[in-house]
Unconditional design. Structure first.
Length: 293
């Protein structure tokens, strides 16, 4: 077989690359859902970098979202006669907007919710109140997230407590089952303009929200970041954990380009500086003791 000249080889590579790009762009709008044509990075990823805000911020209660604040803030608003506008549950499946707990898990969640503002045992305190990671998907909803991309990976930075995830796209397997991490182990791939992320190996020391919704360290989360245009993506996370729920369930939210300046430096998140509820987190464990007032 005759050898090819260097110029011919370069020409063939360029032609093949162009063909791949055309094929990728043709797949961007599966089933006619949308026709956005993003810029493409050198490794073939759609360029979705930037700062993104959830449509409704805060993680007080996944089934009863509100823009920031907890129960104490809500009581203060009620005392001032400020009505809260109800927002739909972030849970989109099941259709009733409720998390499908097994009976024992539902009982545990009720205890955690009842003591969310009045803890009498260490386990009643939301780990995020101690500046610990909320895990996936909670950190997606708390506040602004930043997406960065480099060859073969996507990086998600969270402004809350400076949590982050590095998501490889090369098909490597998850880490071993005995390794448990605060933000889990993420592996991703692109379906057109939808980033699919498979998350395992969470240590489940964090929670889903402030009122004690939770999963175990056997939870399996599949996230879908569907970018529909240059300024919007739809986020869905399906959580499966047979020891906690009767069935897999899904939460969802729309994200938009950040309202603040794109690329602003994330300042130090001094989580406990001036924290007024810190005294309630000091739980004495001797018999008959009560939490600090």
């Amino acid at each position: 077989m005759p050898s090819l000249s260097k110029s011919t080889t370069h020409s063939l590579v360029a032609t093949a690359s162009a063909a791949i790009t055309v094929a990728w762009l043709s797949a961007v709008a599966p089933s006619g859902q949308h026709s956005w044509r993003p810029a493409v990075l050198a490794d073939g990823q759609p360029d979705v970098q930037g700062d993104w805000d959830p449509e409704v911020t805060g993680t007080f209660d996944l089934t009863d979202p509100r823009a920031g604040g907890g129960r104490l803030e809500e009581i203060q608003r009620e005392q001032k006669g400020i009505a809260r506008i109800a927002k739909p549950s972030r849970v989109v499946d099941p259709p009733d907007g409720k998390i499908p707990y097994l009976p024992a898990a539902a009982a545990r969640q009720r205890v955690l919710a009842d003591h969310a503002d009045t803890p009498v045992a260490p386990e009643h305190i939301d780990p995020q109140a101690r500046c610990l990671a909320g895990g996936v998907p909670r950190e997606m909803f708390h506040s602004q997230v930043r997406i960065l991309q480099s060859a073969g990976q996507v990086v998600i930075l969270n402004s809350q407590n400076h949590m982050f995830r590095v998501i490889p796209l090369d098909g490597r397997p998850h880490v071993g089952p005995h390794t448990k991490l605060w933000m889990g182990d993420s592996r991703g791939y692109w379906e057109g303009t939808t980033l699919v992320v498979d998350v395992t190996n969470q240590n489940a020391k964090g929670r889903l929200d402030m009122v004690g919704n939770f999963f175990s360290d056997n939870a399996h989360v599949v996230e879908r970041f569907e970018f529909t245009d240059a300024n919007t993506f739809n986020y869905r996370a399906t959580i499966e954990d047979s020891g906690v729920y009767t069935r897999p369930w899904t939460i969802a939210s729309k994200f938009v380009r950040g309202k603040r300046g794109q690329g602003e430096e994330y300042w130090e998140d001094a989580c406990h500086e001036g924290e007024r509820s810190a005294d309630a987190m000091v739980i004495r464990t001797d018999a008959g003791a009560t939490p600090a007032k």
